[in-house]
Design a protein around this ligand. Structure first.
Ligand code: SF4
Ligand code: SF4
Length: 225
């Protein structure tokens, strides 16, 4: 057996274990996205980073234990690093929540985005009305695609289009995809603008969202002509 000290608590794990095993044994947890025990441990997502006494950050899912190893699972630095990692992951995530087979169910990215205060995930990620059921397909001006997730989408669950009370997402790629989708489904853009104005027009920090929506409407309506 190998002794590992997790946040000051000593635990024993078998030879060949990784730090994540010791963390669990000590009763702590770290966020993991890509790790799937026995199936995938390539340390690709880096959400499970922990800190060694020499300041080095290592992925706990792949770092081997050694006798007397001390690790820290939570600190301001670790939280900031995990947040940054999550932002990078989200920056390349296609965010096609409306097509996701999970249909507003369990989504680790959404959970972590909430936990780490990272914006960019739209209400569509929580909405069960995906694919063919989506209100946009019926031509209804749902603002879910442009609105920050976190409400649990009570309105769309009741069949009512989202009117954006949580404020807009600010990621340009999400806004661009949303506009493409609005146009693709023939949503009345004037109707959509009125909805956007309802909650967002009195906030100057949201002006750039309006500007981006108009920019991409011009671009994609132009392509349609
Ligand atoms: S109904 Fe609205 S919130 Fe639900 S998937 Fe469609 S656009 Fe997104
Ligand atoms: S209107 Fe507000 S509460 Fe309703 S789905 Fe949209 S963001 Fe959520």
């Amino acid at each position: 057996m190998v002794k590992v000290i997790v946040n000051g608590k000593e635990v024993e794990v078998s030879e060949g274990s990784v730090v994540l095993d010791a963390i669990k044994k000590a009763g702590y947890s770290v966020p993991t996205l890509c790790f799937f025990k026995g199936v995938y441990n390539e340390a690709a997502c880096r959400m499970c980073l922990v800190e060694l006494p020499n300041g080095k950050l290592v992925p706990s899912c792949a770092y081997p234990v050694s006798d007397g190893l001390k690790i820290t699972t939570d600190s301001e630095r670790l939280r900031k690093t995990r947040r940054m990692v999550l932002e990078l992951i989200l920056a390349v995530h296609k965010m096609k929540c409306y097509q996701c087979a999970r249909k507003g169910g369990f989504c680790l990215l959404l959970d972590f985005a909430k936990e780490f205060g990272v914006e960019g995930i739209p209400v569509c990620a929580e909405c069960p009305l995906h694919g063919e059921d989506c209100l946009l397909v019926k031509g209804e001006p749902c603002l879910g695609f442009l609105t920050i997730a976190g409400c649990g989408s009570p309105c769309t669950r009741e069949g009512t289009p989202c009117f954006g009370c949580r404020g807009p997402v600010t990621r340009e790629d999400v806004i661009e995809t949303a506009v493409k989708r609005f146009i693709e489904h023939g949503v009345d853009l004037r109707d959509l603008h009125s909805r956007m104005k309802l909650f967002w027009s009195s906030f100057p920090q949201f002006k750039h969202v309006f500007d981006l929506v108009l920019k991409y409407e011009k671009k994609y309506m132009g392509e349609k002509k």
